[in-house]
Design a protein around this ligand. Structure first.
Ligand SMILES: Cc1cc2nc3c(=O)[nH]c(=O)nc-3n(C[C@H](O)[C@H](O)[C@H](O)COP(=O)(O)OP(=O)(O)OC[C@H]3O[C@@H](n4cnc5c(N)ncnc54)[C@H](O)[C@@H]3O)c2cc1C
Length: 450
């Protein structure tokens, strides 16, 4: 690759061991290519330089945040540039307009912490919020635990500054609460997984901080009863701020990791929260009554935020508990809420057929679950079985009226199924849009589109 412009000399990561850590993301089995260059941009000017250079020399560019993507969308490309934006992390908070203007490198959890001083909140809360960046969240339209009440990242992005392939700077959207001037290019870039341009600034909508959430934890004997609990909550007048499901195998995995108080043999657990200002207590009492009436065998209600947090610890232990079990294929599909039970059953049938172990938990309030298949990565037959199960789950979600990804995105891993969901004509239209913004095809090629 020809030498990069001088301005970028001290933005390069030259230590090969460190550079290799920028070559992979959190997707299972992701492998860094042999040759790639890592640039840690410090401002928009650096991004312009990289994209001008990349267009001139036809070099592929992977925009990158904290590398927590689970789909391979942030993995380096052979002979390409990893353009990491973590160091572009300015934050300006405007409490009157209730907006934050931020750099893409701001860590989601850090923004939340800064907003507490203003009694404001930025709701999108991926489970990775302690490390993932706003740029990555925007590029994947990230969701999380609070979406059931507050929606996803797209609902909070008012405007963007983006550097396009070739180095042109484009601004989309607005700072104001309303605005319908022209097409919604902000919406087009949200969820585009770095395939259209590099986000260098975002205008984010904020909301008044809700009350600290109170929690209900309900244990059920069977999956069917757990689903009756979900249905009962859908009948409530006030939407919970969190509604999470742990299935039986997930509960077993969590208890094997540490004692979080779940009874042995439970068929399912629902965790439900309310953060409604001045009404959280009344809401959780109503949720608890509805869950007991739906068949919960044990219902615990937290009376104060500290206790509420304790009840949530078992849910928080899910990711580390699953990680501790060894290599796993993490799925992310979304189905109508009424079909959640069918999805959980389908996942376990797929695992049995493929000779794998599985768990199936996640964001029940959105119909968005994260099935996991565990496999021995030293056994090629098990690796094949896990890959096969991954595809089977996509087909199962489609059969239930769902979609192949609820929040993690398409990346590399799900690109082969894109056309199966969208159809050839729609994929052709989307490819034409990509070609308009990225005529040389250098922005994260091979991701989203196979
Ligand atoms: C333990 C764990 C829990 C998770 N929980 C959730 C969850 O609850 N909800 C959820 O939605 N996701 C979740 N994720 C997935 C992941 O955290 C999100 O997709 C997150 O938004 C990625 O942010 P990142 O900064 O790590 O981006 P990266 O992984 O670095 O990149 C992700 C994508 O964004 C693009 N990108 C990054 N920065 C820019 C930029 N400045 N401009 C343009 N494109 C850019 C990359 O090219 C890539 O396509 C989880 C992941 C893990 C490991």
């Amino acid at each position: 690759m020809p030498a990069l412009p001088d301005r970028l000399a001290d933005r390069l990561i030259t230590d090969q061991d460190v550079a290799r850590t920028y070559g992979v993301d959190a997707s299972p089995g992701s492998v860094a290519p042999a040759e790639f260059t890592v640039v840690r941009a410090r401002d928009r000017g650096d991004v312009v330089e990289v994209l001008t250079y990349a267009a001139a020399h036809r070099v592929p560019v992977v925009a990158q945040g904290a590398r927590t993507a689970t789909t391979g969308s942030a993995v380096a490309l052979e002979g390409g540039i990893v353009l990491n934006t973590e160091a572009i992390n300015h934050v300006e908070i405007d409490p009157v307009e209730r907006i934050a203007v931020v750099g893409p490198g701001v860590v989601n959890g850090d923004l939340k912490s800064q907003l507490t001083a203003y009694d404001l909140a930025y709701p999108p809360d991926p489970a990775s919020s302690g490390s993932c960046t706003i740029g990555g969240n925007i590029a994947t339209n990230a969701g999380g635990l609070c979406c059931v009440k507050y929606g996803v990242t797209a609902d909070y992005v008012r405007g963007l500054e983006v550097v396009l392939a070739g180095g042109e700077v484009m601004r989309t959207g607005r700072r104001t609460a309303k605005g319908v001037t022209g097409y919604d290019l902000t919406g087009l870039f949200v969820g585009s997984e770095g395939t259209l341009g590099v986000v260098t600034e975002a205008v984010l909508r904020l909301i008044p901080a809700p009350d600290p959430a109170l929690t209900v934890l309900a244990v059920f004997d069977t999956l069917e009863a757990t689903m009756a609990g979900v249905a009962a909550l859908r009948g409530q007048r006030h939407t919970p701020s969190l509604l999470e499901l742990l299935d039986g195998p997930s509960i077993t995995a969590i208890q094997a990791f540490g004692d979080y108080g779940f009874p042995p043999g439970a068929g399912g657990v629902l965790l439900v929260q309310s953060d409604r200002i001045d009404h959280a207590h009344e809401d959780v009492v109503a949720y608890a009554e509805a869950l007991a009436a739906a068949g919960a065998t044990d219902v615990a209600v937290a009376d104060d935020p500290a206790e509420a947090d304790l009840l949530l610890q078992g849910r928080r232990a899910l990711n580390p508990a699953l990680e501790a079990r060894g290599p796993r294929m993490i799925e992310d599909v979304c189905v109508p809420v009424a079909r959640l039970g069918d999805l959980v059953r389908a996942v376990h049938q797929i695992a049995e057929r493929r000779g794998l172990e599985s768990t199936c938990s996640g964001h029940a309030g959105d119909g968005n679950l994260h099935p996991c298949f565990f496999f021995d990565d030293t056994d090629p037959a098990q690796v094949d079985a896990a890959r096969g199960a991954f595809g089977d789950v996509v087909e199962a979600a489609w059969a239930l009226g769902g979609t192949l990804t609820g929040e993690h995105g398409v990346g590399v891993l799900k690109a082969p199924w894109l056309e199966g969901e969208l159809g050839a004509a729609e994929v052709a239209r989307q490819r034409a849009l990509k070609a308009f913004f990225d005529p040389l095809g250098i922005m994260n090629p091979g991701r989203v589109f196979p």
